[in-house]
Design a protein around this ligand. Structure first.
Ligand SMILES: *[C@@H]1O[C@H](CO)[C@@H](O)[C@H](O)[C@H]1NC(C)=O
Ligand SMILES: *[C@@H]1O[C@H](CO)[C@@H](O)[C@H](O)[C@H]1NC(C)=O
Ligand SMILES: *[C@@H]1O[C@H](CO)[C@@H](O)[C@H](O)[C@H]1NC(C)=O
Ligand SMILES: *[C@@H]1O[C@H](CO)[C@@H](O)[C@H](O)[C@H]1NC(C)=O
Ligand SMILES: *[C@@H]1O[C@H](CO)[C@@H](O)[C@H](O)[C@H]1NC(C)=O
Ligand SMILES: *[C@@H]1O[C@H](CO)[C@@H](O)[C@H](O)[C@H]1NC(C)=O
Length: 320
């Protein structure tokens, strides 16, 4: 526990303690205005669930502070969080695995968090057949209030999916876009561009550790509901899972961390940090000062706030 001592006068002194979260990985995260929220996660390599919710207040980047919010109803991992563009304050947790008995992994239920008042709701939505529960996904929401979830793996049967399921938050209903001849795909990152294209990077295909080539970029057009592929040029980037991706203001995607093995602990893949320019579709590996650089991480969280890419939690990787 980190404590700050404020001495207001010779007579009174107050100790204000800022609680810090314990280490964790595989949490879901979402940036709501200047608050970077974290939901659940595993707090040890023995898969101990946490149901904690924390946020990092990044409003003043030089004095970021941790705040504990209302716990989730149950422990939660391996899902993905999106902020509703309708109100910019509702967080929707898509998929994931809950700390309930194996027969009841109904994680196609959507857990909704109102960041204004820290209230949770789990609305009943017509889902079962379309939106079977899935983990190892990355969900993105577009400006119409639609949330796009590609592929993933069933937390109970371990079946892999190749479809795109779409949740419309404005009418609280699911729909689905099939992917003909699509590979079953999980553990990618998904980044929505202002043009409405979702850029899928890295991850793995059905069959243990068949990693996607980083030069093969899968694209989904949220306007025409159609798929395409791009072959990216530039430097060679190691295939990975457990990485993070953020979109910069000038239209580049920065990826960080990850590993070539889904066991979460490594080995490290190089480079740690890489930039995909989505105008020229070229990868680069910028030379960045190692001063204050984070360690190599997997299954961490990242968000872009202004000019800052904020990286939190995750597993330290075992170096090659
Ligand atoms: C994980 O489990 C193993 C075997 O049960 C135990 O030896 C180890 O201490 C546990 N580690 C943690 C971090 O709980
Ligand atoms: C997870 O479930 C176990 C068994 O039901 C329970 O003991 C534990 O408190 C739960 N943890 C959380 C964070 O919900
Ligand atoms: C949260 O508060 C803001 C500002 O008052 C409001 O615009 C927004 O709709 C609220 N969100 C929810 C989910 O109640
Ligand atoms: C939500 O945030 C976006 C981006 O900052 C903004 O364009 C939009 O007007 C906001 N919507 C609401 C309802 O506040
Ligand atoms: C999960 O779904 C099953 C079958 O549809 C149902 O019987 C069960 O009550 C559900 N569990 C929860 C926790 O909602
Ligand atoms: C975006 O900014 C980064 C960092 O300043 C730079 O490396 C990159 O070339 C820029 N991309 C574009 C498309 O301007």
């Amino acid at each position: 526990m980190l404590c700050f001592l404020f001495i207001f006068s010779a007579i009174f002194s107050y100790v204000i303690c800022q609680r810090l979260p314990s280490p964790r990985y595989l949490q879901a995260s979402a940036l709501v205005d200047a608050r970077f929220y974290f939901f659940g996660g595993y707090t040890s390599i023995n898969s101990s669930f946490t149901n904690e919710v924390w946020y990092l207040d990044a409003y003043d980047i030089t004095t970021t502070s941790w705040h504990k919010d209302a716990d989730m109803p149950v422990g939660y991992v391996l899902g993905s969080a999106c902020v509703s563009p309708i109100d910019n304050s509702t967080v929707l947790l898509m998929g994931g695995k809950m700390n309930i008995s194996i027969d009841h992994f109904n994680s196609s239920e959507i857990n909704i968090f109102n960041s204004n008042n820290s209230q949770w709701t789990t609305p009943k939505v017509g889902l079962s057949n379309i939106a079977s529960a899935r983990i190892d996904i990355s969900a993105v929401s577009n400006n119409d209030g639609k949330i796009f979830v590609l592929g993933g793996i069933s937390p109970d049967t371990k079946a892999w999916y190749d479809d795109m399921i779409i949740f419309d938050f404005t009418v609280m209903a699911w729909s689905k876009v099939s992917r003909l001849n699509g590979l079953k795909y999980a553990d990618y990152t998904a980044t929505l561009l202002p043009t409405g294209l979702i850029i899928y990077i890295g991850g793995r295909y059905y069959g243990r550790n068949i990693l996607a080539k980083m030069a093969n970029i899968l694209i989904f057009d949220t306007k025409s509901l159609s798929w395409s592929n791009k072959i990216a040029s530039g430097v060679s980037i190691g295939s990975r899972v457990g990485h993070s991706a953020v979109l910069t203001l000038n239209g580049s995607i920065i990826i960080y961390g990850g590993t070539s093995d889904d066991s979460n602990l490594g080995p490290q893949v190089l480079p740690d940090i890489a930039v995909l320019d989505v105008n020229s579709w070229a990868w680069s590996n910028p030379k960045i000062s190692q001063t204050n650089a984070p360690p190599s991480l997997t299954f961490h969280s990242a968000a872009l706030y202004g000019n800052y890419m904020i990286i939190t939690f995750g597993n330290y990787i075992i170096k090659n």
